[in-house]
Ligand binder design. Sequence first.
Ligand code: FAD
Length: 473
Amino acid sequence: MAKEYDVVILGGGTGGYVAAIRASQLGLKTAVVEKGKLGGTCLHAGCIPSKALLRSAEVYAQTKNGEAFGVIADGVRLDFAKVQARKAAIVEQLHKGVQHLMKKGKIDVYAGTGRLLGPSIFSPLPGTVSVEMNDGSENEMLVPKFVVIATGSRPRTLPGLEPDGEFVMTSDEALQMETLPSSILIVGGGVIGMEWASMLNDFGVDVTVLEYADRILPTEDEDVSKEMEKLLRRRGVNIVAGAKVLPETLEKGNGVTIQAEHQGERKTFTADKMLVSVGRQANIEGIGLENTEIVVEKGYIQTNEFGQTKESHIYAIGDVIGGLQLAHVAAHEGIVAIEHLAGHNPAPIDYTMVPRCIYTRPEAAAVGLTEQEAKAKGYDVKVGKFPFKAIGKALVFGEAEGFVKLIADRNTDDLLGVHMVGPHVTDLISEAGLARVLDAAPWEVAHAIHPHPTLSEAMAEAALAVDGKAIHF
Ligand code: FAD
C-alpha cells in the first residue's frame, strides 16, 4: 500500500538526516530511506572514524616523543586492535544518537534502497519512491509531495588502481585495516590523502605521497601547501608533487610497485600497500533519475541555489550535487532545501563563507579566498601573517609551527580570506568564519579582546599585522 508523506529523503547521511530533522521541526510528515546506516559516509566511513584514528595516532606519537615535556615513557606500544575498537565505539555511540533523533522527530526510517519512479497511478508527477527493503519484505511505495535526494558519494578510483581487497585501498578499506602496513604509497595529496599521510606517519608507517599537481593541497593557499609540505617532510613523509602515476605499471605480489613520471623521468615507487585518494564520485546510479527531467552535469545533479532540481518538487543536497563535499555543507544544504520547499524563504548558502578543515598534525583550516584567488579576481590585497612560534600557548603546547594569515581588500578593508596552519586551527577557523559572515574588517577582529594565553591570539595578531601593527612579532 502506498504511504503518503510531505517529504521523503533519499539517503540518511549528514545531509539527509539533518534535512529530516529540520522537516520534522517544521511539522512536515517525513520519511528517510537509507540502504546502509544512518549517518552515511561522514559517520561510518569519513569524518568521524578518520578523526578517531588520527587522534590515536597523535596520542601515540606524542607519548613516544614526550621527553621534551619531561615525560619519559619507556616501551610505548601500539595496540591497533584497540585503536580500531575505540573508533568503532565512537561511531556506534553517534549512530545510536542519530537513530534516537529520528525517533524523537517522529521520522519514519525505511531500511532499504530507494528509487524514483516516473508519473504513475500514485502521482502524476515523477517522484514516487519505491523502496526495495533490506530485509527482503515487500517493496514499500512512498508518495511524497517533495523529495530530497541525498545519496552522497563514494571514492573515485583510477582505472587499473581499483581496490583489490589486499594491496590497493581507498579510504573505505583503509579505515577497516586490521593491521598497519610498514609502508604505504598514497596516490593523491588532497585533503583525505594528507590526513592519511599524517596519521600513518604518526603510527610509524613509512609514507610516500604521489601528487599530480605541483603541490599538495593544491586548492588551498600556496603558503598553506608550502608550510604543510615542509612540516610533514620534516616528520619524514616523502612527498613527491608533480608526479603522474602510471596505473598500467602497477605490479602486485610482495607489496606494490608502480612507476610515475616526475620531472621528466620515470621513477619507481614500492611499498606494502597503496591508498588511492583521488576524489569522490556522486551516487547517481540506480536512483531513477532517468524517470525525471533532472539534469546531471559532469556526474553531479544540477540544482539552483536552494537545491531545487529541474523537477521543482525534487531537491538534491550534499555530495551528490558536487561543489564543496563536506559534511557541514551537506547539512546546511539540507536545511536550506527543507526551508525552501516549506515556503520559508531561506538565504542561500554563500560558499565563500564555508570553513575548510584539514585534520593533519598540525592542522590546517581556511575560509574565503586564497591570496592567489583574490589577486586573480583583481583585488588589491593586503596580507597579515603571524607565526604560532610567537604565541605563548603554542609554545606551552609544544606545537609552535605554522601561522595565521589574513587577506584583506586594501580599498574596502573587507576580510577576503583567512588561512591557518597550526595547533587546533580547525577550531580557531570558526572565528574567521563569523568575522566574514558579520563583514568584520581586520581591525574589528583585533578590537575583540582575545584572552591570554590562548591560541586565538594568533588571529588577533594576524588581524593587526594586516596594517603592520602586530605586537609580538
Ligand atoms: P553521505 O554521507 O555519503 O550519505 C549518503 C547516504 O545515502 C549513505 O548513507 C548511503 O548509504 C545512502 N544511499 C545512497 N543511495 C541510496 C539509495 N538509493 N537508497 C537509500 N539510501 C541510499 N567532511 C567534513 O566536513 N569533515 C571531515 O573531516 C571529513 N572527513 C572525511 C574523511 C573521509 C575519509 C571521507 C571519505 C570524507 C570526509 N568528509 C569530511 C566528507 C563527508 O563525509 C561528506 O561530505 C558527507 O558525508 C556528505 O554527506 P551526504 O549526506 O551528502 O552523503
